[in-house]
Design a protein around this ligand. Structure first.
Ligand SMILES: [Zn+2]
Length: 191
């Protein structure tokens, strides 16, 4: 008798809860639809970037604040590895959001801004080509802007392009390799 009453009570509770579950399922639908525009986390390893690690952390923060569907984060497994050497800064892209960056002392010694270089090289990894417009307001103008340029922010057009690339509505401009963009190296040339 007790058991039957218990079952009846349990059934009553379940019946009461079912519409709630139904409502939750309905409200969950828009959330999962949003997942198609999901944020893609790109892990990077700046442990070999030496004194420039902070510049790359700043650069990651800048991109994260300007493009809502990517999140650049130090961690593993890293699809982007950052090195430092004595040459020109450069980025080698392997696919959208993956590749290698070399921070180069040659540009730093000429006076180019470290964080601007770091954010620019990230721009290549995020699918942007060099555009030597000479404008400091453009990030991808790179070394064509004056050495005195310290702007490390992508222009609105540059940020929008990255947003579109990661939304899948544009094809990366991994120019002219004929191999699907694999192994393209973009180099920051100074004078
Ligand atoms: Zn470049």
């Amino acid at each position: 008798m007790f058991r039957r009453r218990f079952l009846q009570a349990a059934l009553a509770v379940l019946t009461a809860l079912l519409p709630v579950a139904g409502i939750q399922a309905v409200t969950a639908a828009p959330a999962s639809a949003d997942m198609s525009a999901a944020v893609r986390t790109i892990y990077y390893d700046a442990s070999r970037a030496g004194v420039f690690a902070t510049n790359f952390a700043q650069a990651a923060q800048i991109w994260n604040s300007r493009v809502s569907n990517i999140r650049l984060q130090a961690g593993t497994p890293a699809s982007v590895v950052i090195y430092v050497d004595t040459g020109w800064p450069r980025a080698q892209t392997t696919s959208l959001g993956a590749g290698r960056i070399w921070m180069g002392w040659q540009a730093v010694n000429q006076g180019y801004d470290r964080t601007r270089i770091a954010t620019h090289e990230w721009g290549h990894i995020l699918g942007l080509p060099d555009r030597r417009t000479g404008l400091c307001s453009d990030l991808m103008s790179g070394s064509s802007a004056p050495v005195s340029c310290t702007n490390a922010q992508p222009s609105t057009a540059e940020a929008n392009r990255v947003q579109q690339l990661f939304a899948g509505s544009l094809t990366p401009a991994l120019a002219g390799s004929g191999s699907g963009g694999n192994g393209v190296t973009w180099t920051w040339h100074g004078n």
